[in-house]
Each structure stands twice: as structure tokens, then as C-alpha cells.
Design a binder for this molecule. Structure first.
Ligand code: ATP
Length: 474
């Protein structure tokens, strides 16, 4: 302490008053004890930070308070024991954190007169530091995501991810790509099975083409000729010979999407192709050797189709040699920001206008369940991009069902439904669920069209379902 001449003139009472005022107005906790640890003085800030009551303070020594577990440790007690200054960080039981420095003061015989402890509250600093660290981590993640997007755009590669699970899937896919065994891709609609099939083909270094066919989109009677081709005159209208997709994919990859919809009669034919690597065109007598890699995908539960005798067990085994299940987006939420930025960037390039997503929107998107997975996210970004009037996409552009996201599907899917104390049969439970889900979605959206878009069904399908399920809403 540096004294000015004022001190020589001031009376002792004034000096005591001055020092007491300083003591009391300090924001740091101050605590003074004698050589046995008994309290001599403390200020209000000390009580606030330590959470110790005045009663205990006035009755027990700092060492006893520690023994009684009122404080996790006693820095003053340590200073008394070691006869030295001591500093430590204490996590008080009231949740406060403080840096405590206890300094002993000695008389001429080197005996402790008193110990002064300074207690600085660092709870807030600590919180801010943690927040800063979290923000730093988020920034780092965004930066990496942007880099990945940048690389993706440069290589014209569309596989955007940040999650560990997708990283593992891609490395597995890269390993699988190197051989010719069939691959089965599983996962909900819109998770990226198509994209992954493409990726595997690219990585496979197979020189031929990547040919895709959606087994569910082509009428059964046409599917066979599409896949196997036909000879002239094989059926009415077969005016010329035509190569099938298996032949066209020779040297490359054929991607059989929605394999669960492959007609039963064709399943055995596919099994033969898988086993012999040979095909015979419709109406033909000769077989042709083909060198193809088959990738099949489905969002249905193939095992249950096998149980229902809708899918051949032998084909299932043959296709399931190497299988990859892509998790839904809600199970890899780290991918959401990267995908949002990616699609935003693509739109910015197309329409020559950069737009930014507000943090609130990002937060809501992180919470949402994404039943339609990446396809739904992609459509949403496009919709919000066009709807926003300025360069910031705000909550105004976010559809109400995401803003009020209530995780309807999840809540309901976890419920077992009963009637007369008996669990409902699957068919009936599905119908009940559908009814509830559609009714909820109708209440969360403003128009039938918005509801149909959200559910990713045709408006006529929605109208039909509404009628058949007896939904009274709107
Ligand atoms: N990792 C990804 N990065 C960027 N875009 C993706 C990614 N995964 C999927 N997409 C995009 O999401 C949309 C849906 O993907 P895709 O068609 O591959 O899904 P799917 O699982 O095959 O769906 P379905 O079962 O309905 O056929 C596509 O527009 C695709 O480009």
C-alpha cells in the first residue's frame, strides 16, 4: 500500500472507516482468519461466492468447515499448515467457481498473525470461456464443412457429410467398390442410396457405364424386357432386336433401385444372373456372358418381405453379401448444416445471389426430425431461398411444421396401440398411425398442398388417404 501525506493527518477512526469501506465494496471475496483458522473478518462478496452462512462462519474455523464438508477445500488452512502463500481454484458447493489466494502475515517472531484470503469469482469467466470454446468448435465445424463443399463443387462430387457414421460408410463403400460382389444398400427414402451407388461405381474403376433402373416404377410386364432385352419377334411389337440394361451395363454397374418391388417371377431370373453372369434375351436361344457389378437398394424391410413370401430368401442371401445401411438424417445431425450450406451455395451459383441462413433457422433445422431425409432438406432450402425477400433466410421462411416441430412421428411411433387390452394387428396399427400422423400434419400446415409436399405425396394420394382413413380435418 502506498500512503500519501493524508494518512499522517487522518484520525484512526476515519482510517478504520476508510479501510472497512474498501473491504466492503470489494467485488472479490475477502476473508481473514487467525493462526488457528478462526474467522476474524469477511465481506459480503465472500459470503455470496462461497455460499457459507454467517452462522457457520462465525462459529467454526476454516479447517473445521472443510472437515465438515461445508467447503471442498480450505486454502487458508493450507497456508497455515505450510506457513506459505497458497493459491487454488475452488468449486464451491453452490456452483460457483473461484480462484482463491491465501497469504499468511507474520509477527517479528515469525508466528502467523493472520491469513488474508482473496476469493475471485470466475464462474462467469469460466462460462464465457466454455461458450467461446463451443463457438470455436462450431466455427471450426462450419469451416470444415465449407471446405468440403468447396472441394465437392470443384470435383463435381455431391456427397456431403460431416458425421462420423457417414465417414465410416464411405470408407466401407470404397473398400467394397474394389471387388465385384453384389452390394445391398438399405435406408429410408431420401437418405442417399442413389448417391452412394454412384459413388461406389466411381470408386470401382469399372470402365463401363452406371445404369440405374427403378424396379418399382416400371410395369411388371415391361421390366423383364427392359432388363434382359429381346430378340426380334419375341412378342407383338418387338420389331427389332433390343439389348437389355444388363447388357448395356456390361463392364460397368447396374443399380437396381427399389429391389423390394421386383416381381417374384423376375427374382429367380436375377438370381441366375448373379450366379452365372449370363443373360438370355426374351425370345432368344443364346446366352450372353456379362461382366456387371450389381448394386441393389431398398427402403423396405426385405427380411419381412421374405417372411411374407414376397421376396425370395435365396436372392436375399445373394444380394446381402455386402450390405450398407445409411442412417436417417436425424441420426446424423452434424450433416445438416453442411447440407444446408451446400444446397444454398448451389442455388447461389445458379441464381447469382448469395443468401445466408439465420441462426434460428439453423437451430430449428437441427431439431427437426427430417422424415424425408436429404431429399426433404434439399426441397426446403430451395423453397426458403426463393421465398426470402432479402439475403437472409429467416424464421419467416421456415414452414410452420418445422418451426413448431413436435416430433410427432417419433412420439407416436413409440406408442404401442391397444384395443380391448390387446395390441392392434400391424395393419390396423399402421392405419391408426397414418390417420394420426396425417391429421397432425394437416394441423401444422396451412394448405392441403403444403401438407402433401411435406409428406412428399401427391395431393390426390393425400385426398384419397384422407377419405379412406376417415379424417375429418379441413
Ligand atoms: N450426402 C449427400 N450429399 C448431397 N446430397 C445428397 C446426399 N445424399 C443424398 N443427397 C440428395 O438427396 C436426394 C435424395 O437422395 P437419393 O435419391 O440418393 O436417396 P435414396 O435413398 O436413393 O431415396 P429413395 O429410396 O427414395 O430412392 C438427391 O437429390 C440427392 O442428390
Amino acid at each position: 500500500m502506498y500512503k500519501t501525506p493524508f494518512f499522517q493527518l487522518t484520525a484512526t477512526e476515519e482510517l478504520v472507516y476508510l479501510l472497512t469501506s474498501i473491504f466492503n465494496t470489494s467485488h472479490d471475496g475477502l476473508y481473514v482468519c487467525d493462526k488457528n483458522g478462526y474467522t476474524l473478518l469477511y465481506n459480503e462478496a465472500f459470503l455470496q461466492i462461497s455460499g457459507i452462512s454467517m452462522e457457520l462462519m462465525n462459529t467454526y474455523s476454516t479447517i473445521e468447515l472443510h472437515q465438515m464438508n461445508v467447503v471442498p477445500e480450505s486454502c487458508a488452512g493450507e497456508a497455515i499448515k505450510t506457513q506459505r502463500s497458497c493459491s487454488t481454484i475452488i468449486d464451491y458447493y453452490n456452483g460457483k467457481k473461484a480462484i482463491v489466494t491465501a497469504t499468511p502475515f507474520f509477527n517479528q517472531d515469525q508466528e502467523i498473525l493472520f491469513v488474508v484470503s482473496n476469493v475471485r469469482d470466475i464462474t462467469e469467466i469460466n462460462r464465457l470461456q466454455q461458450e467461446l470454446e463451443e463457438t470455436r468448435q462450431v466455427n471450426l465445424a462450419f469451416q470444415k464443412a465449407l471446405e468440403q463443399i468447396q472441394n465437392g463443387l470443384e470435383n463435381n462430387q455431391q456427397f456431403i457429410y460431416r458425421s462420423k457414421s457417414m465417414h465410416q460408410i464411405l470408407s466401407m463403400a470404397s473398400r467394397f467398390a474394389k471387388n465385384d460382389s453384389p452390394i445391398l444398400l438399405l435406408g429410408e427414402s431420401g437418405v442417399g442410396k442413389d448417391v452412394l451407388a454412384n459413388y461406389i461405381h466411381e470408386k470401382s474403376e469399372r470402365g463401363g457405364d452406371f445404369i440405374k433402373i427403378n424396379c418399382g416404377a416400371i410395369p411388371d410386364h415391361l421390366l423383364e424386357s427392359e432388363l434382359f432385352g429381346y430378340e426380334k419377334g419375341a412378342f407383338t411389337g418387338a420389331n427389332a432386336r433390343k439389348e437389355g440394361l444388363f447388357e448395356l451395363a456390361h463392364g460397368g454397374t447396374i443399380f437396381l433401385d427399389e429391389i423390394g418391388d421386383l416381381p417374384y417371377s423376375l427374382q429367380v431370373k436375377l438370381l441366375n444372373v448373379l450366379q452365372d453372369s449370363k443373360i438370355r434375351r426374351l425370345g432368344g436361344t443364346q446366352t450372353h456372358e456379362i461382366n456387371i457389378r450389381i448394386i441393389a437398394a431398398t427402403n423396405c424391410d426385405l427380411e419381412s418381405l421374405v417372411e411374407q413370401k414376397k421376396f425370395r430368401l435365396d436372392l436375399y442371401y445373394r444380394l446381402n453379401v455386402l450390405s450398407i445401411t445409411i442412417p436417417p438424417l436425424r441420426e446424423r445431425r452434424e450433416d445438416i448444416p453442411a447440407l444446408l450450406f451446400f444446397y444454398l451455395k448451389k442455388l447461389a451459383q445458379k441464381y447469382k445471389m448469395e443468401k445466408r441462413i439465420d441462426n434460428d433457422v439453423l437451430e430449428k433445422c437441427m431439431e427437426y426430425e427430417w422424415p424425408g431425409n436429404i431429399r426433404e432438406l434439399k426441397n426446403l432450402v430451395e423453397r426458403m431461398y426463393h421465398m426470402s425477400e432479402n439475403r437472409i433466410i429467416s424464421l419467416n421462411e421456415l414452414p410452420s411444421f418445422i418451426k413448431n416441430s413436435q416430433r410427432v412421428a417419433l412420439q407416436n411411433s413409440e406408442t404401442v396401440k391397444y384395443k380391448n387390452n390387446k395390441p392392434l394387428p400391424l395393419k390396423q396399427a399402421i392405419a391408426e398411425f397414418e390417420k394420426e400422423y396425417i391429421t397432425n400434419m394437416l394441423s401444422l400446415t396451412s394448405t392441403m398442398q403444403e401438407c402433401a409436399d411435406t409428406l412428399e405425396v401427391n395431393i390426390s394420394t393425400l385426398v384419397r388417404k384422407k377419405r379412406s382413413l376417415g379424417i375429418k380435418f379441413k
